[in-house]
Design a protein around this ligand. Structure first.
Ligand SMILES: *[C@@H]1O[C@H](CO)[C@@H](O)[C@H](O)[C@H]1NC(C)=O
Ligand SMILES: *[C@@H]1O[C@H](CO)[C@@H](O)[C@H](O)[C@H]1NC(C)=O
Length: 260
């Protein structure tokens, strides 16, 4: 059992740790050891200063045919657990995440977040900016969208085709991994883009449907709320979003960290 647990943790840590090492080097501090022992990050997590880093930014520019869809992806690592927002030509694309205002993010939490934006009606030269925020820290990355005109096909037709085309949901915001103190609460986001109505459900770390549990439950937004986190809660939580055209699934690895 112990071995299995260490293996699972090691798997989740490798990617996170790579991000932190890059960060520590940039900061000119050697906060982290170079090995990948599972217990390295949880121990050092406390001494790590608050930070945010766009560890995998969207491309500087993309070229798409007018009226077609594109997805931009932004990956953010931060302490406390970060969130991300998208701006289109400087204006917010969606309302600010209210849930995270209600259930405040634990100051010693640490997470890697993936945020996507579905670009549906871009004009040539539109700028999409990913804004990663963790506590008071913020970092941005901008993509310029260029639309390629296709002379053979009038714009109207492409647009019509877009609206008729059935599309499965896209999960646009989730944590890849999160470290969170035992005894505290966490909200695992599962935000999505769907044409038409969609259903959200979560499987817990034992692959069981989250339902009728008072400690772990799905919020109306589709996010998962875990209260009074225990060591046994460690593992992957899978969010699935379904509409009549298909589904999308993502996994969040929760690492309950010991308080020190
Ligand atoms: C958790 O899910 C991710 C993404 O599907 C996967 O890469 C990872 O191996 C899983 N980890 C465990 C411990 O099952
Ligand atoms: C963020 O992290 C990436 C590597 O993960 C690095 O290339 C980049 O320079 C970092 N950015 C800042 C501003 O620290």
């Amino acid at each position: 059992m112990i071995n299995l647990v260490s293996l699972l943790v090691a798997a989740a840590l490798v990617s996170l740790q790579c991000g932190f090492e890059a960060y520590a080097q940039i900061e000119g501090k050697n906060d982290l050891d170079n090995n990948l022992q599972p217990n390295v990050v949880p121990v050092k997590r406390r001494t790590l200063r608050p930070f945010v880093n766009i560890s995998d930014p969207p491309p500087k520019s993309v070229r798409i045919a007018p009226g077609t869809r594109a997805e931009l992806v932004c990956e953010v690592i931060g302490k406390p657990a970060p969130n991300a927002q998208w701006l289109k030509n400087g204006q917010p694309l969606s309302d600010y995440d209210e849930v995270n205002e209600i259930i405040s993010i634990h100051p010693s939490s640490l997470a890697r977040l993936t945020s996507k934006v579905v670009v549906t009606a871009a004009a040539n030269g539109d700028e999409y900016t990913c804004v990663g925020t963790a506590g008071l820290k913020q970092q941005m990355a901008t993509t310029t969208v260029f639309t390629v005109e296709d002379e053979d096909e009038p714009n109207l037709f492409t647009l019509e085709a877009l609206f008729r085309k059935p599309t499965k949901p896209v999960i646009t915001e989730y944590y890849n991994e999160i470290f969170q103190d035992i005894g505290s609460s966490a909200v695992l986001p599962c935000r999505y883009h769907s044409v038409g109505k969609a259903q959200v459900f979560w499987l817990d770390s034992r692959d069981e449907l989250v339902y009728g549990n008072s400690r772990i439950r799905v919020l109306p937004t589709g996010d998962l709320l875990l209260t009074n986190i225990r060591w046994e809660d460690m593992g992957n939580y899978t969010c699935t979003v379904k509409n009549k055209y298909g589904k999308d699934s993502v996994a969040t690895f929760l690492y309950p960290a010991k308080k020190q």
